[in-house]
Design a protein around this ligand. Structure first.
Ligand code: TRP
Length: 333
């Protein structure tokens, strides 16, 4: 029996961090055993907000591929590939663009938020504005059942499904609706206590961080500004160290006890932070080691991506030919 297909991706705009890990990468490592999994490095989408700095995108294609391999995506189980080398995706994007209004694009919450973050309100590049449609093409060309993503991407899935409906209504049934697969780990706050870990906010712990980096970041972590002396009673709510321990420390009973002690007074931040450093380093150390191995041979990493791209393209070509027939622009057949 054929495995159901899963498709997802990341923009190569920086190295991947713990937020990516709990939000999506962790799921992918599990999914590759039960699904026929495709993971795309979305360089076209990356360029849509970085046209003046293509080198950044180019460099991060390798970094992201290394992160994939480091977390345990296995090229035998997961087809990893580069978006721009599947030209059927931009072609499908063009057909989809006719099914979406400018007004609808302006309502996409993911795009709205990112436009604010990037200061694009007055001068948004057209390629950036339409990237939800490009993303719908990314997804649908592979006809996946599930799309494992962080919760911020749900509006993208919703818009993708609107396109499915409209396309099928106009041209006949080619696509099926897709579901987002959201991780059950709550969103990871940044080390500064801001709601979201993000590279642009400078509050991230990277999957490639050294133990020293992790120590520095954890020691800087936001706790409870009123918890000055160890003997002071402290707050758990909003305390980033506890938020992380809840997610990453598997000794749940001990964490519950620590919370108790902290709330009463008598537990210092440094002791807690040391525990968190150990917990995080236990997770990241094996990734760091695997990464170091693959870093020795970037050519082999690119060869893996080239092979994956070949495989991905076969599927994309098949879907696109169905699309051209459905629209009736398969002139020479
Ligand atoms: N927009 C996604 C992100 O920023 C990356 C992405 C591009 C993606 N194409 C995709 C995710 C297709 C899922 C499916 O994280």
């Amino acid at each position: 029996m054929e495995k159901p297909r899963a498709l997802t991706g990341d923009r190569p705009t920086g190295k991947l961090h713990l937020g990516h890990y709990v939000g999506s990468l962790q799921n992918r490592v599990l999914l590759q055993d039960t699904h026929d999994q495709y993971v795309m490095i979305a360089d076209i989408q990356g360029l849509s907000a970085n046209a003046e700095d293509p080198q950044k995108i180019r460099d991060n294609v390798l970094e992201v591929a290394l992160d994939y391999l480091a977390v345990g995506l296995d090229p035998k189980k997961t087809t990893m590939f580069i978006q721009s080398l599947v030209p059927e995706i931009p072609e499908l994007t063009m057909y989809f663009l006719n099914l979406v209004t400018i007004a609808r694009l302006g309502q996409n919450p993911t795009v709205k938020t990112e436009m604010k973050e990037k200061g694009f309100e007055a001068s948004v590049p057209a390629g950036f504005y339409i990237h939800p449609v490009n993303q719908a093409a990314d997804i649908l060309i592979f006809k996946p059942k599930v799309v494992p993503v962080g919760e911020d991407q749900l509006p993208m899935i919703e818009q993708t499904n609107e396109i499915v409906e409209k396309f099928n209504r106009l041209y006949g049934s080619v696509f099926e609706k897709v579901s987002g697969l959201i991780s059950n780990t709550p969103r990871l706050p940044g080390i500064d206590g801001k709601a979201k870990m993000s590279k642009s906010l400078g509050n991230a712990i990277y999957l490639s961080d050294s133990k020293h980096d992790i120590e520095k970041k954890v020691m800087d972590m936001y706790t409870d500004p009123e918890h000055i002396k160890a003997t002071d009673p402290g707050h758990i709510e909003g305390n980033v160290v506890f938020a992380y321990l809840d997610i990453f420390d598997t000794r749940h009973e001990e964490v519950t006890q620590l919370k108790h002690q902290y709330a009463q007074g008598g537990l210092g931040d440094v002791m807690l932070k040391k525990r968190l450093v150990d917990v995080l380093d236990q997770l990241i150390a094996p990734m760091r080691e695997r990464r170091a191995e693959y870093e020795k041979d970037p050519k082999a990493v690119f060869a893996m991506l080239e092979e994956g791209t070949k495989q991905a393209r076969k599927i994309a070509q098949k879907t696109l030919s169905e699309v051209r027939s459905a629209i009736g622009i398969n002139y020479f057949e």
